[in-house]
Design a protein around this ligand. Structure first.
Ligand code: SF4
Length: 371
């Protein structure tokens, strides 16, 4: 039987309670593991003796290993390839910037060095979005909450992580219980990330969005909308059939009413599919009564199996102008980063044998975070 991750919070709490060990020791153990990821249980000081035997028989400090680290020449992006206990791989991406220099080349702001970690929640994904490398893998398995948190532990060895975005492999709301537990762990001691700095990206799993305000009040939500009308959505995101656009927008309105915060809208720009002026107007009409930030994402075709093409820069700019000028919607264009280290979400794992034989310095495709 494989051992559980010590960061599987519900498991370790239940085991400690069953054995009559105070759960107060858990934070202390987590802190030790974060600082000493390769530790053995007997090296954790000052635990009750019953705790050592329980830890040895049921838990591992880390169940996953950091298999490879790919640094981009942009000096901003680092991709982590993480091997899970079952032999599967997931990706996590660290993006560093110094706000005093301007985020990703933008205007300078007060602050200092920051890092954002993009996390995976599943191996593969069953949503099958046609433009996504992870979607082409199909669904393999859910990550446990501990495996989700371990991505943060690995990344903390490289950078001081301040923000976490669930935009890596998988649909986080399809792994709901583990997602909720992982976020509770990340925002509690000893990690103490601010909930304001955590964002979950979803294609729009309506029943799960409805539960979020109860389980994690005021969580930042990013919705991968990608089309302003249902038929185009279904064409590029087959899973959207189960989540009609009208119902999704009603659910988001309700979410916004409860959480009182803006929602991020992700919109991938596909040439001739969803990037025409009429689409910008349809999107503007759909969103003008919401508090949203629209993020236009230039499509990266490299390494995906789809036949889509990227929209031209002029089309992206025109789209942005319509949303801003006519509908007064804050609209940004995502800058591509880490172009030399790997493709959009899932490409590193999808092309694993090829990538590993090529080696660290010669990877040629492009990272543009999960969409
Ligand atoms: S874009 Fe996200 S939801 Fe769609 S297939 Fe890829 S990982 Fe899954």
């Amino acid at each position: 039987m494989s051992l559980r991750s010590i960061f599987d919070a519900a498991e370790i709490r239940a085991e400690f309670q069953k054995a009559g060990i105070s759960t107060h020791f858990i934070t202390f153990i987590w802190k030790h593991v974060i600082q000493n990821p390769n530790c053995e249980w007997h090296e954790v000081p000052s635990l009750p003796s019953a705790a050592y035997s329980l830890l040895r028989t049921k838990f591992k400090p880390l169940t996953s290993t950091l298999d490879s680290v790919f640094d981009s020449t942009d000096e901003v992006t680092t991709k982590l390839l993480i091997k899970l206990q079952n032999g599967a791989f997931v990706e996590a991406v660290v993006m560093r910037y110094d706000s005093r220099l301007g985020k990703y080349g933008g205007d300078p702001r007060p602050g200092g060095p920051r890092a954002t970690l993009c996390i995976s929640s599943q191996v593969g994904c069953k949503m099958g979005c046609k433009f996504c490398a992870t979607g082409s893998m199909g669904f393999k398995n859910n990550l446990s909450s501990g495996e989700i948190v371990e991505q943060l532990v690995h990344a903390l060895r490289l950078s001081h992580i301040r923000n976490v975005v669930f935009m890596g492999m998988g649909e986080p709301l399809n792994n709901y219980a583990a997602l909720v537990e992982a976020i509770h762990v990340m925002t509690g001691p000893p990690f103490r990330l601010s909930l304001k700095k955590i964002t979950v990206s979803t294609v729009g799993i309506i029943h799960a969005i409805k539960k979020l305000p109860t389980d994690i009040p005021n969580l930042n939500l990013a919705v991968s909308l990608h089309a302003p009308v249902q038929d185009i959505r279904c064409q590029i995101m087959p899973a959207a059939r189960a989540f009609p656009l009208e119902k999704l927008m009603d659910t988001l309105r309700e979410y916004q009413k409860k959480c009182q915060q803006k929602i991020f809208i992700e919109y991938i720009m596909l040439d001739g599919v969803n990037d025409e002026e009429q689409h910008a107007h349809q999107l503007g009409n759909l969103l003008e009564t919401f508090q949203v930030v629209v993020n236009l994402i230039p499509f990266n075709p490299i390494g995906t199996l789809s036949n889509f093409r990227s929209s031209s820069e002029q089309r992206v700019t025109r789209f942005q102008k319509i949303l801003r000028g006519t509908y007064n919607i804050r609209t940004t264009v995502r800058k591509q980063m880490g172009q030399d280290i790997s493709g959009a979400c899932g490409q590193l794992v999808v092309n694993l044998p090829e990538k590993r034989s090529i080696g660290h310095d010669h990877l040629t495709d492009i990272e543009d975070l999960h969409l």
